[in-house]
Ligand binder design. Structure first.
Ligand code: DX5
Ligand code: ZN
Length: 228
């Protein structure tokens, strides 16, 4: 069985002690760091830039860093994130004038490339770029904030993208981002997600390990998890 990845999102972490809080989430079983970048232009919120990625590397974070760009334009900032230590870079197709060029730029900078699709973004956007993608992120909330409610209609979209990936034969990671909780985790897992981005479901809990262990239990015991 392919290993599913749990990606704690920095958006819900304690920014005053970011390195420490992220280390805690990784020690508790998180597989990689989901680094949300917002510009108060593409989305109505503002977060952090490449220098924070570099600081996390200097602090000693060695886990992969998955940069989720919610910025417009995107191309100019990609080399800075790659240089700072990002491993994956994902952007929103609406934020790039030339999607194929942006994907090439991410690869040319040595990172894995991803496209993040908002709840209302059609899947046809994937038609001519599947072969250039390492990750497809299905946004299960509208981007901009942590702690929002999961949009139920995105479950079907996750299912559709799972089928598209399987049919394509490409090794593409299917990630889901937004509103994931222990209560909807089994439904999302059942649709075939490979990566679960979790903000408040980890960082707003007292015991990060208990939260992540429960998620792994659901992944590993799909038949037993109807309780959730
Ligand atoms: C939303 C971000 C998410 C967010 C998830 O725009 O892309 O990564 O941090 O937070 P939760 O899990 O709390 O919805
Ligand atoms: Zn995100």
């Amino acid at each position: 069985m392919k290993k599913c990845l749990i990606a704690p999102s920095i958006l819900s972490a304690d920014c005053a002690r970011l390195g420490e809080d992220i280390s805690k989430a990784l020690d508790a079983g998180g597989d990689l760091v989901h680094f949300d970048v917002m510009d108060n232009h593409y989305v109505p919120n503002l977060t952090m830039g490449p220098m924070v990625v570099k600081s996390l590397r200097n602090y000693g974070i060695t886990a992969p860093i998955d940069v989720h760009l919610m910025v417009e334009p995107v191309d100019c900032i990609i080399p800075y994130f790659a240089e700072a230590g990002a491993n994956y870079i994902t952007f929103h197709p609406e934020a790039s004038k030339h999607i194929d060029r942006t994907l090439q730029l991410i690869k040319a900078n040595g990172c894995c490339s991803g496209l993040a699709l908002n709840p209302a973004t059609p899947l046809s956007i994937l038609d001519y770029v599947m072969h250039k993608l390492d990750t497809i992120v299905i946004m299960s909330v509208n981007p901009g904030f942590s702690g929002q409610l999961f949009i139920p209609s995105t479950l079907h979209k996750i299912h559709q993208v799972r089928q598209l990936i399987n049919k394509s034969g490409y090794d593409i990671c299917l990630a889901v981002d937004g509103g994931i909780t222990i209560s909807n985790f089994s439904k999302i897992a059942a649709e075939g997600a490979d990566m679960f981005v979790v903000g408040s479901a980890v960082f707003n809990q007292i015991d990060y390990k208990k939260a992540i262990d429960s998620m792994r239990y659901i992944i590993e015991n799909p038949m037993l998890s109807s309780y959730y």
